[in-house]
Design a protein around this ligand. Structure first.
Ligand SMILES: C[S@@+](CC[C@H](N)C(=O)[O-])C[C@H]1O[C@@H](n2cnc3c(N)ncnc32)[C@H](O)[C@@H]1O
Length: 204
């Protein structure tokens, strides 16, 4: 598995990136493992069309989602933190997943090049405008988008929100603005994660 570099649109590490790096072991070793155990990554993947062969995981981090993907499927992981991609590369050495260094707001992919797009706890790291830009990029590269995202129940405190590097929770209105129709928006009682699916209104 190679890490390819796409520097276009990749910002220099800012405070937010440094915070993410500092708290990442907590997410990676505790939270993400708990998500896997509870079947929550799989729950989002099950919302993809059954025929899917190739998806992109935006904000893939160290590649925890790769662990629950069945054989024969291709996942491209994109992240703007090179250190996390390096861990993903070592961890999933034997798997045929591609890694791309880039930002979700400017995707280095052709239009309609994926059967689906996945994001897992990535959207809350983006500002409202970045969410708009990212969702519009998502709708350009695929007509199906599935996600697991931090919900209001977890973020009872603005201090906690800031501690996890959040710039704002996902809201339904951004989807409509870029022509995505929400089909699933589940707010499970446990783990405080929203699991969702949206589809492009106009098929291209
Ligand atoms: C909480 S982690 C989740 C990682 C992984 N999806 C998981 O479930 O374990 C958020 C990830 O989003 C990435 N990220 C934040 N902003 C991003 C952006 N604009 N483009 C791509 N990745 C981004 C971070 O580098 C980090 O790896």
């Amino acid at each position: 598995m190679d890490v390819s570099m796409n520097k276009e649109g990749v910002a220099k590490p800012k405070l937010i990136t440094r915070i993410l790096r500092a708290i990442y072991p907590l997410h990676d070793d505790v939270v993400a493992k708990a998500f896997i155990k509870a079947g929550l990554y799989r729950k989002a993947l099950e919302l993809l069309p059954p025929y899917w062969k190739r998806i992109v995981d935006l904000g893939c981090g160290t590649g925890r989602t790769f662990e629950v993907v069945e054989e024969g499927k291709v996942v491209v992981g994109l992240d703007l933190t090179l250190d996390f991609l390096k861990i993903a590369k070592t961890r999933h050495r034997q798997k045929p997943f591609d890694l791309v260094y880039g930002t979700a707001t400017h995707l280095p992919f052709r239009s309609n090049s994926f059967d689906g797009v996945l994001t897992y706890t990535m959207m809350h790291h983006l500002t409202y405008d970045e969410k708009l830009r990212t969702l519009s990029e998502i709708a350009r590269v695929s007509d199906t988008y599935v996600f697991g995202e931090v919900g209001k129940k977890l973020c009872w405190s603005s201090i906690l929100l800031k501690m996890i590097g959040s710039k704002g929770l996902i809201s339904k209105d951004v989807f409509e603005k870029v022509g995505l129709r929400i089909e699933v928006w589940e707010d499970p009682k446990s783990f405080c994660l929203i699991i969702g699916k949206a589809s492009r209104l106009r098929k291209e």
